[in-house]
Ligand binder design. Structure first.
Ligand code: PLP
Length: 492
């Protein structure tokens, strides 16, 4: 189907056509997609969110005076997040489109508040989210990346403090890190930043809502206390928390909190020196749909303390049970003791290839996310545990157990030497070279478009063996091929 060429004019037919396109998508509900999606498992919640979304999807938060319902709802969401995450009377915030946008804005505000620094820098741990590298790239801020403590995979406080220099405009800590699921020592990092008069941002995009809920309701997964991580920690100047993750709202909603309006001021972009309307932007977007704001408002109010408590309890039980049962699977090890709801798994010495395990899980209807080896940490598998996994932990761990056994029967994933030679001979910096390499790897279908195989382990192993810069070049080309009109990824 191409735009405007469709003869289906009835809504039911159009929706059926969308559903047909979605048939090969990963499931967004049911707990089998262990990254990307969050399922509260609460009946009626999606219907409410959809209706709220629809009611506001054409309203534009670009102008708060034109659509005052949107700043009203945004204010409520910010107040709720601030109350959950240690905010005080001075705390302010903004609803953004997602975690990356919140992180980008924290960096932009930190940079622009320090006009006196010609070459701004930020100190991040090696486990910080890629969003900070994106921010550095977009905003011309240099990164001082500090290796994590190899034993705990948490940020190394001494090394972070030592990396703060006169041009440092921001220090970043995670609660928790996406890749390893551990919380950085935030009080110590924030104190080191404050001692040098530098801002400290806590990236609690993924963990903020669930950690705040555990603390608020006295939930102690694995009998462990939630460590101090939020705006109540002295020295923390901003914090990002995504609503579209553990607040279970539809995608397109995150909150960036600042400890004061003064700290937030440089986040805003205001421009009137052109012939059009006064452009007053709180976020990177200008036109901003009211849909995600209204949907988030509806979900957060519908769930409330009662709903979030139940969800937080179920999630705590799920992650504790899954973590405990994974420990019994030979060939697999938990990389770091999870501080929140994320589990990173590595193979034991001589254990099966993790990329093959991911393929075996896919064959059993589960998506677990492969992560490449990085600075001494081996390749891993990432699992985001949500409320939807509660009461289904055994199925998940059984599938993982079987997958590990099945993977152990298989050879290391890879390609024959002549294929690798052909790939190496191609100039991966050009579209033709990339297409030739993809052809050698069997990734070009009859239509001439890129076609992904059912089993990704050989490709992942190849990418894993490459230096990050070469891998990025290849993936940039692949992304371009994947997003070409007419590419049909559904045909595998
Ligand atoms: C710690 C952390 N920061 C930032 C992000 C980026 O969030 P988004 O994908 O909503 O842009 C994520 C996403 O998982 C995350 O886990």
């Amino acid at each position: 189907m191409t735009p405007f060429a469709a003869d289906a004019d009835a809504a039911t037919e159009i929706l059926a056509a969308i559903r047909a396109l979605q048939a090969h998508d990963l499931p967004t509900h049911g707990g089998r997609t262990l990254a990307y999606v969050y399922d509260a498992g609460v009946p009626g919640l999606d219907e409410l969110a959809a209706a709220a979304y629809a009611s506001a999807m054409h309203a534009n938060a670009l102008d708060p005076t034109a659509f005052p319902s949107l700043p009203a709802m945004e204010g409520d969401l910010v107040a709720t997040a601030a109350a959950l995450l240690g905010g005080g009377p001075e705390t302010v915030g903004t609803v953004t489109a997602g975690g990356t946008e919140s992180c980008l804005l924290a960096v932009a505000a930190a940079r622009d508040a320090r006009g006196d620094v010609e070459h701004p820098r930020m100190v991040i741990a090696s486990s910080a989210h890629a969003a900070f590298h994106k921010a550095a790239h977009y905003f011309g801020v240099e990164i001082d990346m500090v290796d994590v403590d190899p034993a705990t995979l948490r940020a190394d406080v001494g090394a972070m403090a030592a990396a703060i220099g006169p041009d440092t405009v921001l220090v970043v800590a995670s609660a928790p890190s996406y890749a390893h699921g551990v919380i950085d020592p935030i009080p110590e990092i924030a104190a080191a930043a404050a001692a040098r008069g530098v801002r400290c941002h806590v990236d609690a995009c993924i963990g903020g809502w669930i950690l705040g809920s555990w603390r608020r309701f006295g939930i102690r997964p694995g009998d462990r206390e939630v460590p101090p991580f939020d705006l109540s920690v002295p020295g923390v100047t901003s914090l990002s928390v995504d609503l579209h993750k553990y607040a279970y709202t539809p995608k397109g909603a995150s909150v960036l909190l600042h400890a004061s309006a003064e700290l937030r001021a440089a986040q805003y972009f205001v421009h009137t020196n052109w012939p059009g309307y006064a452009m007053l932007n709180t976020t990177l977007q200008s036109t901003r749909s009211g849909g995600p704001i209204a949907a988030a408002w509806a979900v957060v109010n519908r769930l409330g303390d009662k709903g979030y408590r139940a969800i937080a309890e179920r999630t705590a039980d799920a992650v504790t049970r899954i973590r405990a049962r994974i420990a019994e699977i030979p060939g697999l090890r938990v990389l770091a003791e999870p501080d929140a709801t994320l589990i990173a798994l590595a193979a034991t010495n001589g254990g099966p290839n993790v990329f093959t395990i991911a393929d075996e899980m896919a064959a059993r209807g589960y998506y677990i996310q492969p992560q490449f080896a990085f600075r001494g940490v081996p390749a891993t598998l990432h699992i985001t545990v949500t409320a939807a996994n509660a009461d289904h932990e055994a199925e998940l761990v059984d599938a993982l157990s079987e997958s590990v056994r099945a993977a152990a029967q298989q050879p290391e994933p890879g390609f024959p030497p002549e294929v690798i030679e052909a790939v190496m001979a191609a100039d991966l910096s050009t579209p033709t070279g990339l297409a030739a390499a993809a052809g050698s790897l069997g990734l070009i279908g009859d239509s001439g478009a890129l076609r992904l195989p059912q089993r990704m382990a050989p490709i992942n192993a190849l990418l894993d063996a490459m230096p990050a810069s070469a891998r990025e070049q290849v993936l940039r080309g692949v992304l371009s091929m994947l997003t070409r009109p007419g590419t049909d990824l559904l045909v595998r």
